[in-house]
Design a protein around this ligand. Structure first.
Ligand code: CA
Length: 558
């Protein structure tokens, strides 16, 4: 354990309110207090029910330990904030929010401000972010550790997704958010002996008073974060004993060991927003817009991106199908279905080649179909051999490649195998998206992190995998046996915070070209059609195949 500070603090379990910030309707509240050691604490209540018990705030940096020995210097006035915006690439089009914000500033023993924290509270979400201040002539620092903790009420159960062990899995490409959530698990443990990824869901046991007396009740609590790009690392939570979770940073071994675990910031500057979404049903979780309310577009769209439906041969026919003839067959299929796009997956560089891709792209355009091309992200951070590789990680190579893609009329990229959450990874995502926008390209990431506000931050961001996705249905029977159960969570949890390229909705009964070999699909055709809508992505890569025109029920194809 990196930090035992949290275990040695004497934590009160009652949500005392020295300072309180309330949502516009007054039901959701954050309360601030101070531990005897001078550690600022917060807790959260919904209608007086405790949602998060008193939990630590603060951070240790390369220029000082700002976790204790602090006092509150001042607080701002409460401010009503509101906004509206539209997104063409997110789970809905029109967004509006109303919230209350208040900032509290903490100082060290000399009375010098060290950090402040702004709470942003609407009727469903509590978000907060730190701003760290310079100390004397130090105007930059590494944030080595964040104290931010989440102490859950006893009796809470968990819906958490274990982080994969870095540099394991296929060709050392882990971690990439591709494990199963455990449902209704117990607190007091870490999945796979390690941390849990966002979004993290908790079910707090909160008995409710009704006319018929006290009944069992639950409060759902989802933890996440937003506004994470090249400005910071992506975070996760770790159980540090019993009901105590705290926010941690990437492991040094992620991303092939390249880059730092501790993010660096200029001073003064912000740490990303930590978000807590709360509801007595799952609706506030599924419907939250907090990931986008708190971010701003990082650049203007170079053009109006057209999102739409797509298909891909790889999921049914695998690597060998990424050849000229079969991709032409799939272009015809996409056109016949009235779909806008086709994704050509790994090894197209070897099996088709750059010149023939240009031909295919012309043919596709003549049929009203735009092409996405797959790329390997590496580089020097894993051993994934699939081509094309080595084309995106250096700026000059990337921009040359993207200039060719634009010239060839390609509409977007699917970029795979970026295993890690370090600030250097997040910077690479952002750099790729920024460059792609200049060349009019949309981007899908696979084998990747969870997007944190990206639909609004990056207008050409289409989707990310960050889920145990359809490829596993082709790889093994067990995933098919678990498909429907796992699928129940995606619309309300994974999709609550970001677009998801699941690549599903197969109508094949078996995952193979002839529909007569391979793993067996256990779900119904109705399930396939339902998830075509419920699994949300602005580019839907459906796992349908040309043979489905004749071997799937006509009503399903219609
Ligand atoms: Ca994957």
């Amino acid at each position: 354990m990196k930090n035992s500070l949290f275990l040695t603090l004497l934590l009160p379990t009652v949500c005392a309110s020295a300072q309180t910030v309330s949502s516009p309707n007054g039901t959701l509240q954050a309360h601030l207090s101070m531990s005897p050691e001078g550690c600022p604490m917060y807790c959260i209540t919904l209608d007086q029910d405790t949602v998060i018990q008193p939990s630590a705030l603060g951070m240790k940096t390369s220029i000082g330990d700002f976790t204790k020995g602090l006092k509150m210097l001042k607080s701002s006035d409460k401010t009503a904030v509101s906004g509206t915006y539209t997104l063409p690439n997110a789970k809905k089009h029109d967004f509006a929010f109303e919230a209350v914000e208040q900032t509290f500033t903490y100082a060290n023993e000399e009375g010098k401000e060290v950090w402040d924290i702004t709470f942003h509270i609407d009727n469903q979400n509590v978000a907060f972010r730190y701003k760290v201040y310079p100390q004397r002539d130090r105007v930059a620092c590494l944030v080595e550790e964040e104290s931010t903790a989440y102490t859950m009420p006893l009796g809470t159960t968990t819906f958490l997704c274990p982080q994969m062990t870095p540099q394991t899995g296929f060709a050392r490409t882990a971690p990439s958010y591709e494990t199963y959530y455990e449902y209704d698990g117990e607190m007091g443990k870490n999945g796979h002996g390690r941390v849990f990824t966002f979004p993290a869901l908790f079910k707090v046991n909160a008995p409710q008073e009704t006319k018929k007396g006290t009944i069992d009740g639950n409060i759902w609590v989802m933890l996440c974060e937003t506004n994470v790009g090249g400005n910071y690392c992506a975070s996760r939570i770790e159980n540090v004993g019993d009901n105590q979770y705290h926010l941690t940073y990437p492991e040094m071994t992620e991303f092939g060991g390249v880059g730092t675990s501790a993010p660096g910031i200029m001073l003064p500057d912000y740490i990303p927003w930590r978000t807590i979404t709360v509801g007595r049903t799952m609706a506030p979780i599924a419907e939250t817009s907090i990931m986008w309310d708190l971010v701003e577009p990082q650049y203007a769209a170079s053009q109006e991106y057209k999102y739409g439906k797509s298909t891909w041969s790889w999921i049914i026919r695998m690597d060998d199908s990424c050849n000229y003839d079969e991709q032409k067959e799939y272009i015809d299929f996409a056109s016949e279905m009235g779909w806008e796009y086709l994704l050509i997956d790994a090894w197209w560089d070897r099996n088709i080649g750059y010149e023939k891709i240009e031909e295919l792209s012309k043919y596709a355009q003549s049929k009203g179909v735009g092409l996405f091309l797959w790329y390997n992200s590496n580089g020097y951070w894993n051993d994934a051999p699939q081509g094309p590789r080595g084309k995106l990680h250096r700026l000059m190579d990337r921009r040359r490649e993207m200039a060719w893609l634009q010239k060839a009329g390609i509409k977007g990229l699917k970029i795979d195998f970026i295993g890690g959450d370090k600030q250097q990874c997040m910077q690479m995502y952002e750099d790729i998206l920024f460059d792609a926008n200049e060349f009019g390209l949309m981007v899908i990431f696979h084998g990747c992190t969870l997007p944190r506000g990206w639909e609004r931050m990056y207008p050409n961001f289409a989707a990310a995998e960050a889920v145990r996705a359809s490829e596993n249905l082709s790889f093994g029977q067990n995933d098919n046996d678990l498909e429907a159960k796992a699928g129940t969570m995606h619309p309300v949890l994974r999709n609550a915070v970001a677009n998801m390229d699941f690549g599903g909705s197969a109508l094949n009964k078996r995952y193979s070209k002839g529909n007569d070999r391979g793993t067996y699909r256990r779900t119904s055709d109705v399930y396939a059609l339902a998830t075509a809508v419920l699994f949300q992505s602005p580019i839907q890569n459906f796992a349908l195949a040309p043979n489905n025109l004749t071997d799937a029920p006509a009503w399903a194809v219609d």
